[in-house]
Design a protein around this ligand. Structure first.
Ligand SMILES: NC(=O)c1ccc[n+]([C@@H]2O[C@H](COP(=O)([O-])OP(=O)(O)OC[C@H]3O[C@@H](n4cnc5c(N)ncnc54)[C@H](OP(=O)(O)O)[C@@H]3O)[C@@H](O)[C@H]2O)c1
Length: 423
């Protein structure tokens, strides 16, 4: 293929970054020509002058335009215009490049089928971990490996909030408000802090590593809203760090996918990845353990990933949408995601009342919870004494049963916080 004709729908952070590369001095400028653009507001001032590029009010019309070879979807959202336009492009046999993890995580199987039916490609390097080329690493570089786990810090907003809470001792709410002021968090931060954004990315990684298509519904999701400075302090005391860990791991013939706050050992490659950075760790044979760290968002890193996909497409490089090491022997994504054998961290708050500790230790023993460390913190007031404990390796269900019984016995003044430990 000669110069690739691209249509870009979405000219915000990522679309704006891509336009700069397309009209800059680098390799993308000689690879593509922009033959159409679409956004919501035509009159908005953009960093790059788009007055000479054909404008489309409707991204679906751009997707179908005979003047484009590749439709670049940078609007976002799993439904609505993004989905309709990507479907229209694929149905017209046009390749798609996108940064839209929500769309691929929730509709990846249908879109892959549509692409296959029309001989089109979908490229999505920017959808996971922004500037880190982890999709290419998994699909291409590690194609001959047997993957046992893919884990990572995949949401920069959460990592920034946890790092700030750790360094300053401030609460989740305070740090989130600052992050919103500084533009590190959206006005509505739900998708990030609930773990859903990291979950979308994990579902995509899991499909490539373990086969099948993304299965977002099977994922276990937990966000960082319940984490308090006391948890970060206690983790440090235990020689650990709290991270929102996204992890897909082979367990027997299934893959378990979860996004949940986790206490990582200090020497874990992700433990010291701080601030808005992202990281991915891949455990595979024969390559061994591989760690990738870099910027997971922002105009430059994300546009770099989209541009890499466009350059690949210009070489007429062709491959099924979720091809990768997992497709040879696909595993089923198990739903639920309770851990069968892990150490856990538990934070409880109990009333300052004689006999409470005995009730706790008796109940834990009854459910075969073997305690590794137990720390009673100074009372915050008469009604609230924090207790932090860690367990020996055990089934998560047994611990949940023990905590449910403690709740029934009226010895907890709030819901417990539970996090796995990972070495
Ligand atoms: N920002 C990042 O660092 C980053 C990193 C990785 C992946 N992503 C993904 O990249 C995609 C774009 O994110 P972004 O941060 O660039 O978003 P953004 O800054 O909010 O920009 C969105 C763009 O899409 C346009 N748009 C929205 N709805 C539209 C519609 N119905 N029809 C036509 N145009 C529409 C907007 O038009 P107006 O400009 O006229 O408002 C805007 O240009 C999302 O899927 C996101 O998840 C972003």
């Amino acid at each position: 293929m000669g110069v690739l004709r691209i249509g870009i729908a979405g000219l915000g952070t990522v679309g704006g970054g891509l336009l700069k590369l397309a009209y800059g001095q680098g390799p993308l400028a000689s690879t593509v020509t922009v033959t159409g653009v679409s956004a919501r507001t035509r009159g908005r001032t953009r960093d790059v002058d788009i007055s000479s590029i054909p404008w489309f009010d409707d991204p679906v019309a751009l997707a179908k335009s005979p003047d484009i070879d590749v439709f670049v979807e940078l609007m976002g959202g799993s439904e609505g215009s993004a989905k309709a336009a990507v479907e229209a492009a694929l149905s017209a046999g046009k390749h798609v490049a996108t940064a839209n993890k929500a769309l691929l995580a929730e509709h990846g199987a249908d879109l892959a089928a549509l692409a296959a039916a029309h001989g089109a490609e979908i490229r999505y390097e920017a959808a996971v971990a922004g500037g880190i080329p982890v999709i290419k690493a998994l699909r291409e570089g590690l194609a001959a490996n047997d993957i046992s786990a893919v884990s990572g810090v995949l949401n920069g907003t959460c990592n920034y909030i946890l790092t700030e809470m750790d360094v300053t001792g401030r609460s989740f709410g305070d740090v989130l408000a600052d992050a919103q002021r500084l533009g590190y968090a959206e006005a509505d931060p739900t998708l990030d802090v609930s773990g859903a954004d990291a979950g979308h990315k994990l579902a995509i990684l899991s499909a490539i590593a373990f086969g099948g298509a993304p299965n977002f519904k099977a994922l276990r999701l937990e966000g960082i809203q319940a984490i308090e400075p006391i948890d970060l302090e206690s983790a440090k005391f235990l020689g650990r760090r709290v991270k929102l860990l996204a992890k897909a791991a082979r367990v027997g013939d299934s893959v378990i996918q979860s996004v949940r706050p986790t206490l990582l050992a200090q020497d874990h490659p992700i433990a010291r990845v701080n601030g808005p950075l992202n990281a991915v760790v891949i455990d595979a044979e024969p390559v061994g353990r591989l760690s990738l760290v870099g910027r997971g968002a922002g105009a430059g890193p994300t546009a770099s990933a989209v541009a890499g996909d466009l350059i690949d497409l210009s070489h007429e490089d062709s491959r099924p949408v979720f091809s990768g090491p997992g497709q040879a022997n696909p595993l089923t994504a198990a739903s639920g995601g309770l851990l069968a054998n892990s150490k856990f961290y538990v934070r409880l708050r109990v009333p300052d009342r004689a006999g409470t500790i005995a009730k706790i230790t008796d109940t834990l023993a009854k459910h075969l919870v073997s305690i590794e460390s137990f720390l009673q913190k100074p009372p915050e007031d008469a009604a609230r004494v924090p207790i932090v404990l860690t367990t020996q390796p055990m089934a998560e269900q047994d611990l949940l049963d023990a905590l449910a019984e403690l709740s029934r016995l009226d010895v907890l003044v709030e819901a417990p916080v539970l996090m796995p430990l990972e070495d």
